[in-house]
Design a protein around this ligand. Structure first.
Ligand SMILES: Nc1ncnc2c1ncn2[C@@H]1O[C@H](COP(=O)(O)OP(=O)(O)OP(=O)(O)O)[C@@H](O)[C@H]1O
Ligand SMILES: [Mg+2]
Length: 472
């Protein structure tokens, strides 16, 4: 006899995320004692910085301390942005994490400090607790009376029970409609939200388990509820202060939340909202969930923004601020003064600073291996060794870029694995920064506007504008 068991339909889940620079990072890779594991959750090495950020994570989960700031400083490509992304993953869905780049604030059509203020308020969540009344019980009987004429209002009765009581409710047209829509029958356990009238089906009662054959395997069986039919249920919503601001700002209205076109928000609105939130907190209706504001490339901020940050960090509604920079001693934007990391000393004084270190050969190899897995690229061992050498001599980023291109080359020759020749080929096709500068030096006369040949002294920007850690 032919086998008639039905195979459940398997739906292929297509991956909608694209592979980005940090998509291999799934968290900070710390153990219970907050020590960084050498390789975990896509993170490799950089243990000190990861541990430091792990402590910050604990602080945030605790929720008590406001306005602390951490600066990740280190050479380009040492994983500063990666660590911040790891933190975002470790925080989970319910804690706000806002990421922005220092230069972003100059391209918005609002003033710089307003943009920063919005970023701060996007990073503070408000957890609002709401109590709703529901009716929960097992359906004993639904009785619907159709008018004899065929038209007009339908009326009916619904009998619900718990293990202790049974009550008959009168039904209006709307309720009848939703009961029919949800296909509610006798023996179902349902809840009805008293405020909205929404009906949800929880499952079938266990007492009806003998109907199993008629129901099929998908049916979920639940116990008949105990106690009273009417219950109070607590629902928790988390919104950010910024969202509350936008909804209450009369000029834009809540639709601005979707378009992102929020414009400037009046300070009176914010004051009122702060007062309201404080009131909710006192009444125990709401809780503050401090999140994280991550400002990458923080040296791009100017002196006005830095002074705003000084002040904003002192407010008790401030989130934890994490900043990253790869600059050494350089000019503070908007002034002619030089300062470490291009940030004013009085702000640096409010920060704790963590340095990221360049990777050694073993770590570089491990990161490259993880990236190959992330991009679904098979690579043979000696090719990976060569790629690691390239990564050590040029930069980690350059080596990461070569993975995709080498994979294309290997596919061209219909191989399934990237070998050493593929790596050599892309290495000769695509220059890294140092070979490209070497090339420029050799052939400078053939390029336009070349300054090395003409006058060295009349450059427009101060010479140190683009200094980074490596040159200091
Ligand atoms: N410890 C690590 N574990 C895994 N991947 C890493 C690690 N460090 C860096 N990477 C990866 O290496 C690449 C470069 O790192 P990242 O962008 O974080 O550098 P950065 O310190 O932010 O540099 P920059 O100062 O130029 O912004 C990224 O693709 C990142 O995901
Ligand atoms: Mg970065």
């Amino acid at each position: 006899m032919a086998d008639t068991t039905k195979v459940p339909e398997v739906r292929e889940i297509t991956r909608i995320e694209r592979i980005g620079a940090h998509s291999h990072i799934r968290g900070l890779g710390l153990d219970d004692a907050l020590e960084a594991r050498q390789v975990s959750q896509g993170m490799v090495g950089q243990c000190k910085a990861r541990r430091a950020v792990g402590l910050i994570l604990e602080m945030i989960k605790d929720g008590k301390i406001a306005g602390r700031a951490l600066l990740l400083a280190g050479r380009p490509g040492t994983g500063k942005t990666a660590i911040a992304m790891g933190l975002a993953q470790a925080l989970g869905q319910d804690t706000p994490f806002t990421a922005m780049t220092g230069s972003e604030i100059f391209s918005l059509d609002m003033c710089k400090t307003e943009a920063l203020c919005q970023a701060f308020r996007k990073s503070i969540g408000v957890r609002i607790k709401e109590e709703t009344e529901i009716i929960e019980g097992e359906v004993v009987e639904i009785q619907i009376d159709r008018p004899a004429t065929g038209t007009g209002q339908k009326v009916g009765k619904l009998t619900l029970k718990t293990t202790e009581m049974e009550t008959i409710y009168d039904l209006g047209t709307k309720m009848i409609e939703s009961l029919t829509k949800e296909k509610v029958q006798a023996g179902d356990i349902i809840t009805i939200d008293k405020a909205t009238g929404k009906i949800s089906k929880l499952g079938r009662s266990f007492t009806r388990a003998r109907d199993y054959d008629a129901m099929g395997a998908q049916t979920k069986f639940v116990q008949c509820p105990e106690g009273e039919l009417q219950k109070r249920k607590e629902v928790v919503h988390t919104v950010t202060l910024h969202e509350i601001d936008v909804i209450n700002s009369r000029t834009q209205g809540f639709l601005a939340l979707f378009s992102g076109d929020t414009g400037e928000i009046k300070s009176e609105v914010r004051e009122q909202i702060n007062a309201k939130v404080a009131e909710w907190r006192e009444e125990g209706k709401a809780e503050i969930v401090p999140g994280v504001l991550f400002v990458d490339e923080v040296h791009m901020l100017d002196i006005e923004c830095f002074s705003y940050l000084n002040r904003a960090l002192e407010s008790d509604m401030a989130p934890v601020l994490i900043m990253a920079t790869n600059r050494g001693i350089t000019r503070i934007r908007g002034t002619n003064y030089q300062s470490p990391h291009g940030m004013p000393i009085d702000l640096l004084d409010r920060l704790i600073i963590v340095h990221t270190q360049p990777y050694d050969e073993k770590e570089t190899k491990q990161i490259l291996r993880i990236r190959c897995e992330e991009e679904d690229v098979e690579i043979c061992d000696d090719a990976l060794t060569v790629l690691t050498r390239i990564g050590m001599e040029t930069s980690l980023r350059y080596a990461i870029q070569l993975i995709t291109t080498a994979n294309l080359v290997s596919r061209k020759r219909k191989a399934t694995e990237v070998n050493m020749d593929d790596i050599k080929r892309v290495y000769s096709l695509f220059l890294d920064e140092s070979r490209s500068s070497q090339f420029l030096k050799e052939y400078q006369e053939e390029f336009m506007f070349n300054e090395m040949a003409s006058n060295d002294n009349d450059s427009v920007e101060p010479a140190n504008e683009n200094d980074n850690m490596e040159t200091v």
